[in-house]
Design a protein around this ligand. Structure first.
Ligand code: SAH
Length: 460
């Protein structure tokens, strides 16, 4: 590390901004977030700076005065003239200020980071000047991760710190704050119930005991694989979880978003054969929640599509445990996005159906004749091994062999593969191209193809 990050104390201290243009105004905008006294050194101020001076939020020194840098903690120098910058830098340093000269890194004592501001929670990101664009990209990721309310909750915690120190014995403090930040108070605050959050904290301080934490099960959609196709809510649930049960298809990248000390339990469901029988999963997630833990049942794609969610919901309800679904991006959406073929197309495919190649053992196949109608597009899950049978069924039901079918394996991941086929060549294409599971077979029976087919039949 060439630069070491620190937070400068700003309240009641002076920051001098030397310059009158847009760069100076940008720095002023940053410093305005703080409680520092702002002195602007310059004439012919940019309208924003002039406004600050006129409102009294900043003091303008038209020229350098003996007291300009007096008591300054920080000085930004942005006159644009090298000699003037150097002279001002020397003056500011002599007064004990940390100096940042805009666009002259060799003259700087310190650099301004990219900032995510959830005052009093502040995240500063620096790349030591190697990659400002990367710094900004990281900032926007952090922006998305941190709820807009986290600062408000941290401020509330700050106001209660002394009371906690007074009333909660030393050995219990960590547990208190963990409960506050990962448990019910934070969640209430997140949901906009700020007074309820404060009341819970105060009640716990009053009694000196943490309320029994209530277990909770969240069926979370992990999306098709790519980490950035997770929803913000899914990320939050992963970070809150005490224990995560995940499937074979959940990408390891996604699990990295969980809290480090969360338990991760692989339940390894494979299509058709279960490492853990579903009843065992139902039982164990409920048992964990009954201990008061926050359980995430992480499922690929969307939990409500071929995810056996109803069995887990029923098990949770039977045990009186709160349960929710956090929707995710299903594999069909990811496949359609990858090949840039929308799931529906106005005038061609007005219906979109989702079906599976594999049903409960012993059940009859879905009635595929209903799925082959003109104007329908069809996403077939778990269909790779059953491609020949599906192909035969759909053709027998009257779907033209010329219907386009795309096969997309591992959509949205680095292992993604795609082949275009027709209904008539579907099974052979999968065999020839060795397209692996998991894959979506995405078939369209467009109205125009149906019309052309009918015409051909009439002509024959
Ligand atoms: N709940 C999941 C589906 C689970 S069933 C969802 O909404 O996506 C498992 C099937 O999903 C696989 O057999 C395959 O057909 C499909 N699937 C899951 N992930 C996939 C991916 N990344 N690419 C293509 N198909 C996928």
């Amino acid at each position: 590390m060439k630069n070491f990050p620190m937070f400068l104390r700003m309240d009641g201290r002076r920051v001098v901004i030397c310059g009158s243009g847009a760069e100076a105004a940008r720095k002023a905008r940053l410093i305005l977030k703080t409680e520092a006294e702002i002195v602007i050194l310059g004439r012919d101020l940019d309208p924003e700076l002039a406004g600050l001076a006129a409102s009294g939020r900043a003091v303008q020194h038209e020229e350098l005065r003996p007291d300009t840098f007096e008591g300054a903690v920080l000085a930004f120098v942005a006159t644009g003239c090298e000699a003037t910058d150097a002279a001002l830098k020397a003056g500011a340093r002599k007064a004990g200020a940390v100096v940042n000269v805009i666009d002259r890194p060799e003259m700087c004592d310190a650099f301004t980071p990219s900032i995510v501001d959830r005052d009093p929670v502040v995240v500063a990101i620096g790349t030591e000047g190697t990659a400002p664009v990367l710094g900004r990209a990281i900032r926007s990721e952090v922006e998305q991760m941190l709820s807009p309310r986290v600062g408000g909750f941290a401020a509330l915690a700050g106001r209660l710190r002394d009371a906690v120190a007074e009333r909660v014995p030393h050995h219990g403090r960590r547990a208190f704050w963990q409960w506050a930040f990962w448990g019910a108070p934070f969640q209430a605050h997140e949901a906009g119930r700020e007074s309820a959050a404060a009341d819970m904290l105060k009640a716990a301080l009053e009694t000196g005991e943490l309320p029994e934490s209530e277990g909770h099960i969240s069926l979370v959609g992990a999306g098709p694989g790519a980490r950035d196709l997770l929803t913000l809510r899914a990320v939050r649930r992963l970070q809150e979880a005490d224990v995560i049960f995940y499937d074979r298809l959940v990408d390891p990248e996604v699990l990295e978003l969980a809290r480090r000390d969360a338990d991760r339990i692989y339940v390894g469901k494979e299509v058709g054969q279960h490492a853990w029988p579903q009843q065992k999963i139902d039982r164990v997630i409920v048992a964990e929640a009954l201990k008061g833990r926050r359980v995430v049942r992480l499922k690929s794609g969307d939990p409500s599509i071929f995810g056996r969610a109803s069995e887990e919901i029923a098990a949770a309800r039977a045990a009186g445990i709160e349960v929710e679904i956090v929707p995710g991006i299903t594999a069909a959406s990811a496949a359609a996005a990858s090949i840039m073929v929308p799931l529906t197309e106005r005038g061609e495919t007005d219906s979109f159906a989702v079906t599976t190649g594999v049903c409960r053992p012993g059940d009859a196949n879905p009635d595929r004749s209903l799925l082959a109608r003109p104007g329908t597009s069809l996403a077939i899950y778990m269909g790779v091994e059953k491609a020949a049978e599906i192909q035969a069924d759909l053709i027998a039901a009257g779907a033209p062999a010329a219907c386009p079918v795309d096969i997309v394996s591992n959509a949205s991941t680095a292992r993604e593969r795609h082949a275009a086929a027709t209904l008539g060549t579907l099974a052979e294409t999968i065999r020839r191209e060795k397209l692996p599971s998991p894959a979506i077979l995405f078939l369209r029976h467009p109205k125009s193809l149906a019309a052309a087919d009918a015409q051909a039949i009439r002509a024959a």
